[in-house]
Write a protein that binds this ligand. Structure first.
Ligand code: AMP
Length: 147
């Protein structure tokens, strides 16, 4: 039988759980029964957004196959919308697991980063312009309606 090392327990007070409960604000882009997509407030590219499951799990290490499948379905949908919304030439996906793996918020999420030729990703950890982020959310929502 395959075993995996134990991961720490899910913390229901992590910031993305609070976004799901609408205890703190976010720029929502898309949701279905199982997932939510909202904008990253420290965008490393214009249109940088995050896809999360609505049910609790820390990351890939404790997620169920169903949670992973639901998240990736939405990642594909939002990635296709990002190509249209921003005239992107490609999309980078990022996903980190546990602090040693680069994870800072411990609710499973996949970063969706629209990319343009010759434009490097910006450095992490810098707060974005909220009006610009709001506009990018609107562009993504409009593109999603066309797909
Ligand atoms: P990581 O856990 O390393 O994949 O990164 C967490 C991501 O969450 C970073 O890109 C942050 O900019 C982003 N982030 C942190 N707080 C918020 C928030 N309140 N709303 C949207 N994005 C956030």
């Amino acid at each position: 039988m395959t075993t995996t090392p134990a991961t720490p327990a899910y913390d229901p007070d992590n910031i993305f759980a609070k976004i799901l409960r609408e205890e703190i604000p976010s720029f929502r882009v898309y949701e279905d029964d199982e997932t939510l997509c909202f904008m990253d407030i420290m965008p490393r590219a214009d249109g940088h957004c995050l896809v999360i499951p609505k049910t609790p799990c820390r990351n890939v290490l404790d997620a169920t196959p169903e949670q992973l499948a639901a998240v990736m379905r939405t990642v594909q949908k939002v990635s296709r919308a990002a190509m249209v919304a921003f005239g992107a030439g490609g999309v980078s996906l990022q996903q980190f697991n546990e602090a040693v793996g680069g994870q800072e918020v411990f609710h499973l999420h996949v970063h969706v980063l629209p990319r343009h030729a010759g434009t490097p990703m910006r450095a992490p950890g810098k707060m974005g312009d909220m009006d610009a982020i709001k506009g990018h959310a609107e562009q993504l929502r409009a593109a999603l309606e066309t797909l």
